[in-house]
Design a protein around this ligand. Structure first.
Ligand SMILES: Nc1ncnc2c1ncn2[C@@H]1O[C@H](COP(=O)(O)OP(=O)(O)OP(=O)(O)O)[C@@H](O)[C@H]1O
Ligand SMILES: [Mg+2]
Length: 341
């Protein structure tokens, strides 16, 4: 492996001041249509070194998919500079295609009416994958993603989780250096998610494939990525590790308790406040850095406790808190500035 276009010391992905503006036509009144500009990506700067696995998160409409589409060459940036393995994606999309793999969780890149294995055969021809490498890669994917029983099934008959595993395999058959995953676990059940995560971890660790992963599931990030980038309104608002994100967001965790009866909101638990009551279930927020154990003891001492769980804040909550709190100091140098509140 290794590129011919860029020295191995150079970042594999380079994004510098990249912008993407869409012009959309909106109906104004009954007959008139007005042009309107959407800044989907607004001065984005980051670099990803070879071999890294980076989480790319943010609320709906933040600009994640637009970024990935620019990194594959599907979309041309309106401004700024973009390089993947030394290649300008939109100018040399075909040359880049041999070196990257893409999975869009929301839609398949497989041939709907063909059995999975025929789709793979087409991928092999499209990328002119040498027979030996193809066999090795396919065997590995089939084994790790449990694809054997699915190879003869037409793609349209696959369940969402089966199709997603099929898509991920298709993206890796030509040994890409970079893998972009846009919500690869969306809609999957717990077991499928675990399978996909284990596979991605293995691909990154064994082959050194550089991975950029978009997700709304914080567990994906926790289990796979040391580094996480947060985008909102087209700008990078955080670039660092997950612990740093929690700290920047000054996040809270939730202790969810089920009591034996419907009771008034729990009071007098030091370091926690009750934020929601729904029948016998109550939610207590406490600082993310604190241990939940003393809270549980305090609740159990005075209330009829039946069951409990501790929940991490989800990505959206973290981001909302990142805005509300002073997270700006955590934005990486060279990253986009935080928009004015
Ligand atoms: N082809 C397009 N034409 C016009 N506007 C677009 C187009 N594609 C995206 N947008 C707009 O750009 C913004 C960013 O969209 P994008 O799909 O990148 O968000 P996202 O972060 O992937 O969101 P989600 O989490 O919902 O997938 C949104 O406001 C969206 O409406
Ligand atoms: Mg998206």
């Amino acid at each position: 492996m290794g590129g011919t276009d860029a020295a191995d010391t150079e970042p594999l992905i380079e994004v510098a001041g990249v912008e993407k503006v869409f012009t959309v036509r909106r109906k104004v009144g009954r007959l008139r249509r007005a042009r309107h500009q959407v800044r989907a990506v607004d001065g984005l700067t980051f670099q990803v070194p070879r071999g890294e696995m980076v989480g790319y998160i943010g609320p709906n409409g933040a600009g994640k998919s637009t970024t990935i589409k620019m990194l594959t060459g599907i979309l041309t940036p309106s401004g700024g500079r973009l390089r993947v393995a030394g290649i300008d994606p939109s100018r040399e999309r075909t040359r880049l295609a041999r070196r990257i793999g893409v999975v869009f969780g929301q839609r398949t890149t497989l041939w709907w009416d063909l059995p999975l294995k025929d789709s793979y055969e087409l991928v092999r021809r499209m990328y002119r994958v040498p027979a030996g490498a193809f066999r090795t890669n396919l065997d590995r994917c089939v084994e790790l993603l449990d694809l054997a029983p699915l190879l003869d099934v037409p793609v349209r008959q696959l369940s969402l989780g089966q199709r997603m595993r099929g898509d991920i395999a298709a993206a890796l058959l030509h040994d890409p250096e970079v893998l972009y995953l846009d919500e690869p676990t969306i809609g999957l059940d717990v077991i499928s998610k675990a399978k996909v995560r284990a596979f991605l971890h293995e691909v990154n660790a064994e082959r050194g494939t550089t991975v950029l992963l978009t997700t709304h599931d914080l567990t994906d990030i926790e289990q796979l990525c040391r580094r996480v980038m947060v985008i909102d309104h087209g700008r990078l608002v955080f670039d660092g590790d997950l612990a740093g994100l929690r700290a920047a967001a000054d996040g809270e965790r939730l202790l969810v308790v089920d009591l034996a009866a419907e009771l008034p909101p729990i009071e007098g638990v030091p370091g926690a406040r009750t934020i929601k009551v729904d029948g016998p279930r109550q939610w207590l927020a406490f600082p993310a850095a604190d241990s939940a154990a003393p809270l549980v003891t305090a609740v159990a001492a005075r209330y009829p406790l039946v069951d409990l769980s501790v929940r991490e804040p989800d990505v959206e909550t973290l981001i909302a808190e990142l805005y509300a709190g002073g997270g700006a100091a955590r934005v990486a140098p060279g990253g986009a500035t935080r928009p004015a509140p």
